[in-house]
Design a protein around this ligand. Structure first.
Ligand code: NI
Length: 170
């Protein structure tokens, strides 16, 4: 297995819309394993393939952060089930160090293929619903900072650009 490099805002590659997965083959399964390893190493609870510069509709998640609730979403789709909305603080491995309040639907149904290629559905509320919507946004080239004020977004962007310049010099 291997740790993959995670793209960070404002990298333009994060704005790519991902294409459907056509084949669940050995290379995709190896990629899924690497994505889990990368997510756990970074102490994240979700990682979309977009974030590691692979533009396929593939997400790994684990709300437990320690391997007990691992979830693979291939070609996921979401339906919003009612009008209830919730505000919660979100972070992202592609926006390291920043947390902002985002409002999203609180009750959704997810349809996806699992690691075994079989379709499954689940209803989600609260943190799981937030995390699924956040990860699916990545597949559309969207980030949680798109929902916050332009002023805050610009400030985060400048700070991360400065960090990237320093990383580059180091
Ligand atoms: Ni994210």
């Amino acid at each position: 297995m291997a740790l993959l490099n995670i793209l960070e805002f404002p990298d333009p590659r994060l704005r790519t819309r991902a294409a459907a997965v056509k084949n669940i083959d050995d290379s995709l399964l190896a990629l899924i394993d690497d994505m889990f390893e990368t997510m756990y190493a970074a102490a994240g609870i979700g990682l979309a393939a977009t974030q590691i510069n692979v533009h396929l509709r593939l997400v790994v998640m684990d709300l437990s952060g320690e391997g007990t609730e691992s979830l693979v979403l291939i070609n996921p789709e979401v339906d919003i089930l009612d009008d209830e909305r919730e505000r919660s603080d979100e972070g992202c491995l592609s926006v390291p160090g920043y947390y902002e309040t985002v409002e999203r639907a609180n009750h959704i149904r997810l349809r996806a293929l699992g690691r075994d290629g079989k379709p499954f559905e689940l209803e989600a509320k609260d943190l799981l619903a937030v995390c699924i919507q956040h990860e699916l946004d990545h597949l559309e080239g969207k980030l949680f900072v798109d929902y916050i004020s332009p002023l805050k977004r610009t400030r985060i962007r400048s700070k991360l650009e400065k960090k990237h310049r320093l990383d580059h010099q180091a």
